[in-house]
Design a protein around this ligand. Structure first.
Ligand SMILES: *Cc1c(COP(=O)(O)O)cnc(C)c1O
Length: 419
């Protein structure tokens, strides 16, 4: 079978809820992805930061295969010997007293919302069913009914109502708006320290610090969704550390299991997480021994290979080089660590297609933004190679080579493409 045969099969039998680049991946290793035709690409998306440790990292692979041969799932009806060690190591890595184990990032966000509400009723004395959570415009926290219910992206909501009540939306980056939105019923403020899906939007300096102080003054839980920004991506373990704050809750996922397995967690103090007792919440797969073994290895790689430090160093290089580009199609370059967005005054999709042809895989977001987020194990040499490809494509775009109607895919309803 060739590329087109695989695409035809997928399009025939699978729901078209994505608009992927037409590259059919067969295998991957480190930063390199190989397609079914034997072409090689440098991955500059890292599965939305789920493979910060690089594809098929040998140590994580070893942990996975060894554990898969012992025991994979016990359910939480019984205990397993990986979970306690995982929880201890997660505590040692992050400093948080306790963790709640879930699988996907979305589930962990849902769990954090449940915990915050229950905390609001049991610790803050909010009247039954009156708890409110403040979220930010342009947020991305997942795709469940509750979560899309407080999205400001019309497409994410359209056709899926009715939505649960109890959420208020304030502009991202505006601490005063947060202060004004707080009422006696507010139990939490849920925020991405840097908004990833919105296009690596970095709030003004001091915003997170100010927002955390406002939450503290008002006895409101500060919840940081670090599913994409966390675990080294921005050059520190967590993006909120750039402003030296300690959120009451931190949500992690994606790179927590190095791209091998969906593993997520809600981190918080013993006091907060103690609002959940036996039977209050659960998950068949959450905290399973395979997940825990993979997450343990993923955290070990993150520390041993100093991926946060690498991200800080190489991210600076990437940002500097991209800012030096003299390409009129670029309106802004921003980023933190190896997490950079290039905003364009033209459609990003044709540029992603052109980059693919040159051996670099990137994905557009919001039509005119390209996010660059390679695995954090990338070498300087590999990064410079990718930067050269970016230079070629962005310069050509400035000359009008790309972005023309004949290069663009004729799928207008997906023009402002999600993911
Ligand atoms: C990816 C992401 C999620 C959802 O995680 P899934 O594993 O896709 O369910 C939630 N929040 C943020 C910030 C994300 O980037």
């Amino acid at each position: 079978m060739q590329t087109q045969d695989f695409i035809d099969l997928e399009d025939r039998y699978g729901v078209h809820n994505y608009h992927p680049l037409d590259v059919v991946v067969e295998r991957a290793s480190g930063v390199w992805i190989h397609d079914v035709e034997g072409k090689r690409y440098l991955d500059c998306l890292a599965a939305y930061s789920a493979v910060n440790q690089g594809h098929c990292h040998p140590e994580i692979l070893k942990a996975l295969t060894e554990q898969a041969g012992r025991v994979t799932l016990t359910s939480r009806a019984f205990r397993n010997e990986q979970l306690p060690l995982y929880l201890k190591e997660l505590h040692e890595l992050t400093g948080y007293e306790m963790a709640l184990c879930m699988n996907s990032g979305t589930e962990a966000v849902e769990s954090a919302i449940k915990i915050a509400r229950k905390w609001g009723y049991t610790h803050k004395g909010i009247a039954k069913d009156a708890a409110e959570i403040i979220v930010c415009a342009n947020n991305f926290h997942g795709r469940t009914i509750t979560i899309v219910g407080f999205s400001t992206e019309e497409q994410y909501r359209d056709g899926f109502g009715p939505f649960p009540a109890g959420f208020r939306i304030v502009p991202f980056g505006d601490a005063e708006a947060l202060r004004e939105a707080i009422t006696p019923n507010t139990c939490a403020f849920l925020v991405e320290p840097i908004q990833g899906e919105a296009g690596v939007l970095i709030p003004p300096d001091g915003y997170l610090h100010e927002a955390a102080a406002i939450c503290k003054q008002n006895n409101v839980l500060f919840i940081a969704d670090e599913i994409q920004s966390g675990l080294g991506r921005t050059g520190k373990l967590f993006a909120h550390m750039h402003e030296r704050i300690s959120p009451d809750m931190v949500i992690v996922g994606k790179a927590l299991a190095g791209g091998f397995y969906p593993v997520s967690a809600v981190l918080a103090s013993r006091e907060i997480l103690s609002v959940i007792g036996p039977g209050d919440h659960g998950s068949t797969f959450g905290g399973n021994p395979l997940a825990c073994a993979v997450a343990r290895a993923s955290m070990r790689v993150l520390q041993e290979e100093q991926l946060a430090e690498r991200s800080a160093d190489l991210g600076e290089l990437l940002l500097r080089k991209l800012k030096e580009f003299d390409a009129p199609c670029i309106t802004e370059v921003r980023g933190r660590g190896l997490w950079v967005a290039v905003e364009l005054n033209t459609e990003a999709r044709p540029l992603c297609e052109a980059l693919k042809d040159k051996g670099v895989l990137c994905k557009e977001t919001h039509g005119n933004i390209i996010r660059i987020a390679p695995p954090l194990i990338i070498t300087e040499e590999e990064l410079l190679w990718a930067i050269d490809r970016f230079r070629e494509v962005f310069s050509a775009a400035a000359a009008g080579t790309y972005g023309s109607a004949e290069n663009a895919k004729p799928e207008p309803e997906l023009a402002t493409a999600h993911r």
